[in-house]
Design a protein around this ligand. Sequence first.
Ligand code: IFM
Length: 482
Amino acid sequence: MPPASDYRDHGLEFPPEFVIGSATASYQIEGAAREDGRGPSIWDTFSHTPGKVWNGDTGDVADDHYHRWESDLDLMAELGLQSYRFSIAWPRIQPGGKGAINPAGVAFYSRLVDGLLERGIRPIATLYHWDLPQELEDAGGWPARDTAYRFAEYAARTAEALGDRVHTWTTLNEPWCSAYLGYGSGAHAPGRTDGAAALAAVHHLNLAHGLAVQELRREASNDPDVSITLNFHVIRGDDDTSPEAKRRIDALANRAFTHPILRGEYPADLLEDTAGVTDWSFVRAGDLAEINQPIDVLGVNYYSTVTVRMWDGVSPRSTNDGHKDMGGSPWPGSRDVEFLPQAGPYTAMGWNIAPDGLEELLLSLKEQFPQQPLLITENGAAFDDVVTVTDAGKRVHDDERVDYLVRHFAAAHRAMQQGVDLRGYQVWSLLDNFEWGYGYSKRFGIVRVDYDTQERILKDSALWLRELIATRRLPASPLAER
Ligand code: IFM
């Protein structure tokens, strides 16, 4: 084990009740795709379809976490994590997405939760991080209403099994991606390119969330915190047409979720902007009341910003919307919004590094939803790491990632100083993993994974996080003195 970092103390202090941990997701790390009764998910199908994922990578093996969960838990304990956010693979619990549970699947997560608790780490469980059972997609997927009811049933069965021990439940991770990338642009599984289907998926994901919240409250016996995680778009632009473009993207990306969930309504401008795509008749009487359930915390995922203006229809169109275009649009009804290249620096994803965007986002959520506690459920960065072999063993001096984290924790701290009720911070990701369409080409981990040997190497960012958690003070960036 390398020594703790010697970065100069930056000094910002985080209170003990501010829960600092790290996050992963089932398909990205587990592997064991066909073991112990797990059924196929849409990501198995998609990743095995030629041309969909970089290099033909799949989650078949991933980080082999399904077999290495115990040593991975020891790693978390070594880092002193206060919490661990993981996701449960629906097709392990219900291989076909409905009916009887698969005992082996439940047993895996039960062992994981017990292992976390034994090590004093708070379990934060996400019910859906994109691995929809393939059978449900074959029956219509998220554009079909029935999927929301199937999800509620899965939530109930899972809470029956684990609802005495999980501290925080998250219903859905980033429904924006499930709906718009899965059914609009086709960049994510199941790879459909149909704007109307994407908007129906938005509604059925919202409905699934609301129904699941009710099941979790009914079935869990330990009075858990219940949440949803959204990937907010922080939208910028200083062109004359930017205000209109911002309004449109804010409606599709942010308010399409926050307003039904936290206010019980769809924004009128969203319905108007998308009227040429769908009439929203899939929203039935009573749905909004089902969706609008109180949640204990709102999960916030933040990585970077977007910059927009309206396309004039003549100039060559900028296609830099930060999302791979696979033939469809992730913005139904607003294809005429143009996403502009942004000022750097950038991560290896090509995403701009903008910590002030996180502060702005947290303040804006406080203003819009003053009573709603917040939790950062994901923030982190991919960089092209280099392994250095020293006498003390293998090291990864990922200074840029540490710098990114220092700046974003500092931004969160500034927001807290301004009154934001922020309960914690989960760094994405604990382990390098399967980065969806980018396969294994992008490394977000604070722990490096050698995909040939499955060796784990603590990067400097992991040591930095360990120091932050142990001291409660933000260690300075190694780049600060350069
Ligand atoms: O890896 C993903 C994660 O699954 C969802 N949020 C964004 C991360 C980085 O792209």
